[in-house]
Design a protein around this ligand. Sequence first.
Ligand code: DCT
Ligand code: MG
Length: 518
Amino acid sequence: MSSEKTPGGITPKRKKQREDELHSAHSKYEVKFQDLLIFVVERKMGSSRRMFLMDLARKKGFRVADIMSDSVTHIVTENNSWNEIWDWIQIQKIPDANKLNLLDISWFTDSMGAGKPVDIEERHRLQVLQSDLPSTSLLTTVPQYACLRKSTLDNKNKIFTDVLDILAENCEFNENSGSYVTYARAASLLKSLPYPISGMNDLEGLPCIGKQIRVIIEDILEDGVCSQVESLLCDEKYKARKLFTSVFGVGVKTADKWYGLGFRTIEEVKTTEDITFTKMQRAGFLYYEDIIQSVSRAEAEAVGQMIQDIVHEYTPHAKVTLTGGFRRGKEVGHDVDFLISCHEKGNEEGLLHKTVNKLDRQGLLLFCDFVEATMEKRKLLSRNYDVMDHFQKCFLILKLDRRLVDKRDLSVASGSALSLTDEGAEHKKETKIKGWKAIRVDLVIVPAQQFAYALLGWSGSRQFERDLRRYANQEKKMWLDNHGLYDKKKQVFLQARTEEEIFAHLGLKYIEPWERNA
Ligand code: DCT
Ligand code: MG
């Protein structure tokens, strides 16, 4: 064992290894800012969000270190005080630690927004805590609207939110909107907490946590499970609804009809002669095994490239933007959502039809449900919350060539296999042999003037969007939807070129997409 160390407590061999790691991580992207080397602290942030932020910075030309070393110049952290990070740096034994910039995530997000390192202002520096207040001091300040909170993918209360999400979903099945809201808001609030709930006292002062929710949380704290959910998961009707609605094109009404006819499995429904299926359902059954598997980020990016290549053949300057869960930093999704927009007005005319036709000619179109725009018929902003928007769009099932994904990201593909169930791993093997996978894709054509509103609306999460609209209506007397923002008092539509401008119109602090996992 070698004991030879650099002043930073790092052996030369380890140092070389670190430099190699740093080099390999960067070799994919061009480095634009040589002078600084960022290190993102995982503490209180979580590894998935950290990886997402690191990748984002690298894509934008920043140098980011995987591990702490004496070459690091900027330390970025979230929800940590100066005192906490300083203690941590002491343990790392970094020489000249005084020269390090200890920065809050706000410096990082400002820099990503600007596409270059912004000047460090006082507000970017970590704050020195005068006294170590208990975390309960946070409780009174948690706001009731999801759009006033940051909800990353690092959910510290998953054991509670998984249960609440199931109860909320069951209320949706039963069209019990009152209880749905109660469960969904409670789950969303718990997802935003930077600490796990470990006792009933931790709930003191939190909004959205009424008596009904406290009973459930108490149950889980005592037994590790919620008895209500345990019996729901064994309920025949719930199981059938869950199973049948997992088929593309099947809603709860249809699921109930099939349940009423005595069907309990997909196989039974698929093979019966008593039901006439819609075209969408037929496609849903045909590609069921593929669609039920989640889409990985590498797959989403490969689809994006495929769509962009076609779109650019017809309109070279059109923008194809990945939105939905992947924009919020999720590593998997049930589908892939894209917005297509053109800078010049009218350039998007016919683009979606041409794109879909080309996919068809290439043999990549497995299913298409085309919805024409209905904008002209609309006078005011939509008050119908079931209709997301009136843009021209299509719901597709596309054939994704396996090789496009393997080429793109081998490490992601093999890494994700670890978390697969036996069934999932088996299916993955089959996909490999088959050479392609059916993927659900949504494409939406958005006129340039409405792009920021559509992007905000399609980025989700669902609960974040609901609360954003509720906040606009109740607190600001404004109507918000995917097309625009209407100020009821001034009776004007408010223009916005960016999401930041929309938040500003609403008097809200900007929430980054990866902080909208409410
Ligand atoms: N959306 C919404 N209200 C709905 C449905 C969707 O506001 N009733 C918005 C938020 C997310 C976006 O549309 C895309 O929808 P999904 O693809 O269903 O959600 P997702 O967040 O992308 O989740 P997944 O990862 O499962 O695709
Ligand atoms: Mg999606």
